[in-house]
Structure formats: C-alpha cells, structure tokens
Design a protein around this ligand. Sequence first.
Ligand code: URA
Length: 237
Amino acid sequence: MKLSQILFTQGFGPRRECEGLIASGHVTLNGTPQNDPFFDVDPVGAVFTVRGAAWPYREKALILLNKPAGYECSQKPKHHPSVYSLLPPPLRRRDVQAVGRLDEDTTGLLLLTDDGTLIHKLTSPKHHVPKVYEIGCKHPVTEDQVQRLIKGVTLIDDPVTVRAAAAEALGEQADGLFGLRMTLTEGKYHQVKRMLAAVSNRVETLGRSRFGELTLPADLAPGQWRWLDGPQVLYPA
Ligand code: URA
C-alpha cells in the first residue's frame, strides 16, 4: 500500500493532505524519515510517526477509554462535552463509535471502534456479552434485593422483566454508599439505575469495570485511552 494511502485510511485527512504531510518531511516509517508519499509499504505491523507522534497501523480501530464523569456518549452532546473530544483527530476522523452508551455520570470502561460488524456483535442481546458494573447505592443492599435482581425485576416505567447474570453486595464503602457489583448481559436504557429503583434502592455512583473478558486497567486514568490489539481480547480464550 502507498504510504499516503495508509495515512488516509488511518484518519490523517484527505489524500492530498496526507501526501503533503509526507512530502514536507513530517512522517517517519518504522523509525526512518520517509518523504515519498508513494513509497510502497506493507501496512501490517508498520509503525509510523506523524509530526513526532507514534501511530501503529490498524485496519480497524478498537479503543478502550476510561470514561470520566461529566461526558456524554454522543457526537452531538447537549449539556456536557462529548467523549469523542477525548480522542485525537485521526480517530475522530475515522468515525469511531462508542459500543453502546454510558450515561453522562457513569464512569469506566468504554469501547470505541470503527468496525460496524463488531459493534453489532457486542451490543446484540443475542450474544450475551457480560458487562460488570460497580455501583454505589444510597441504601444498604439487602440479600432480598440481591436475589430479586438475579431472579428478575419488572422495571417501573416499562413492563419488561430484566435480570442480572450475577449480583453481589459489597458492604458499606468509605464514601458512605453501599457497594454492589452486578453483571448484565443486555443493555437497556439506564438499566442499572432502573433495576435498582425497582428494588427500592437508588444508584448514586456507577462505573463499568469489565466488558466481556476485558477488565478496566488500573493504570488507565479517567479520560485516558489506549489501543486494543483486537476483538479477541474481549472473548474467552
Ligand atoms: N446502566 C445505567 O443505568 N447507566 C449506564 O450508564 C449503564 C448501565
């Protein structure tokens, strides 16, 4: 593939702009300056830098973001900045999309990708991909509430029954809230908050700690993102 074509597929702007970036000496390929836009490269495994920033070639982008509170998972946010504003321009230009949405006040593991097939697979209820939520509840979480969440609750504003694949009360936390860890395999609108309301409790803080086999890394600060090698990291080995 031509070097300028690679930059184009990776979101560095229109073809002409990519050619200009290379011709004006802003690009290195596998550590060596390369100013021929039409230089032939095998993109797989290639690492290039653009204006000094390293960029690995990815046919499809798959990104893990530690979502901070106060960001909306929307391209056109209404009241808060968009999670997309936390990503560099090439990823935004590639049109990566969030894999499902987290509420504005929810934190934690958010996947983003430009692979439409993968988004469908990960969000389709048919595939039952488990997602783990760490919840701070206003009231003590009783064993009865845990059992009702697992057996299935009817949502107050929607007569459907939804159940947790797993739920575990974690006791009182340092912030005075009552911890609950809950695993869901579907993703209805405000599902965690509505399930807790259905058992007469209330979500005060909510964070997602796991998606499939992938755990939010402890060293990824809120607002930071990193590349994932591919969808295989989400599935059991
Ligand atoms: N359930 C919710 O209520 N909110 C989220 O952000 C995710 C799951």
